[in-house]
Design a protein around this ligand. Structure first.
Ligand SMILES: NC(=O)c1ccc[n+]([C@@H]2O[C@H](COP(=O)([O-])OP(=O)(O)OC[C@H]3O[C@@H](n4cnc5c(N)ncnc54)[C@H](OP(=O)(O)O)[C@@H]3O)[C@@H](O)[C@H]2O)c1
Length: 258
């Protein structure tokens, strides 16, 4: 048996990719998932009828490695032994050199909004991967969001910004909602206002056109309410805290990859 695409590791990221590809119109028969944990296999088989669910890698044209980072090298070996022609790894911190497969390897850093098909993934080629391998990876990952191409040396910074980024945004969401409660609103209402504000602001940003600074200026009339609020954020060092957060996460990614 050989399938076009095998996913190794049916965890959160593996399932996000599987669900995204099916929603984007891939036929279930083209996909297989290898997952070591039997109850999870049963769950995936029930939820995604038509997708082949197996315990160990089977022959495939290409394989996506979505196990925990310490399982990636073994998973890569098993996939190549089973006949995979190319590999795509989404493991944080594991370099394409460390995977040392006999086939081309593309490395990717996705983020959790992939679960709702609104992720952003950076991909980088290993030394033996070419344009066709990158195009193959791009097609897989574009099912769960935007894909950008970077050099492998940039992936630690990508991890700091967009890989870890959702956590920073969720922290902002928590704080904005808590502040609403402090200012006298019920929690449900504060959540709706905070979350929808993040969503709408993000939509304005990605529509392009205006820069974040322009958009901020447009809601800030001189001496007004927003000016009073942003002054407190600047006093609290929010801008510098974000710079330090991204640098710390980038440095940690570098350490984990070393
Ligand atoms: N979640 C994120 O935000 C995110 C972002 C970027 C990159 N990533 C990367 O994505 C990878 C997966 O992360 P995750 O959050 O999806 O973790 P997860 O939910 O724990 O998924 C890992 C899955 O792989 C399975 N597995 C482990 N070794 C295996 C093997 N040899 N063969 C088949 N299946 C195997 C695990 O099964 P058991 O639980 O039974 O071991 C589990 O189902 C990680 O390498 C991570 O660095 C995650």
């Amino acid at each position: 048996m050989s399938v076009p695409l095998l996913l190794v590791g049916g965890g959160r990221m593996g399932e996000a990719l599987l669900g995204g590809m099916l929603a984007a119109g891939r036929a279930p028969a083209e996909l297989a998932v290898a997952e070591v944990y039997a109850p999870r296999r049963a769950e995936l088989a029930e939820k995604y009828p038509g997708v082949t669910v197996v315990e160990a890698p089977v022959a495939a044209e290409g394989a996506v490695l979505a196990t925990k980072p310490d399982g990636i090298a073994d998973a890569a070996r098993a996939c190549v032994e089973a006949g995979a022609g190319r590999l795509l790894s989404v493991a944080a911190g594991i370099t394409t050199d460390a995977i040392s497969a006999a086939v081309p390897v593309v490395r990717a850093m996705p983020n959790t909004p992939a679960l709702v098909r609104a992720g952003v993934t950076a991909i980088a080629p290993g030394s033996s991967a070419g344009d066709e391998d990158l195009a193959w990876a791009e097609e897989i990952l574009s099912a769960v969001g935007v894909v950008v191409r970077v050099k492998e040396s940039q992936l630690d910074a990508v991890t700091g910004v967009s890989g870890s980024g959702p956590a920073y945004v969720f922290l902002v969401a928590e704080a904005l909602s808590d502040a609403g409660v402090l200012a006298g609103l019920p929690r449900d209402l504060a959540n709706t206002l905070a979350f929808q504000t993040l969503l709408g602001s993000a939509q304005l940003l990605v529509q392009g056109g205006d820069s974040p600074a322009d958009l901020r200026a447009a809601v800030t009339s001189p001496g007004g309410t927003t000016a009073a609020g942003t002054r407190e954020l600047e006093r609290g060092g929010v801008r510098s805290a974000f710079l330090e957060a991204v640098m710390a996460a980038t440095e940690r990614a570098r350490e984990l990859g070393a």
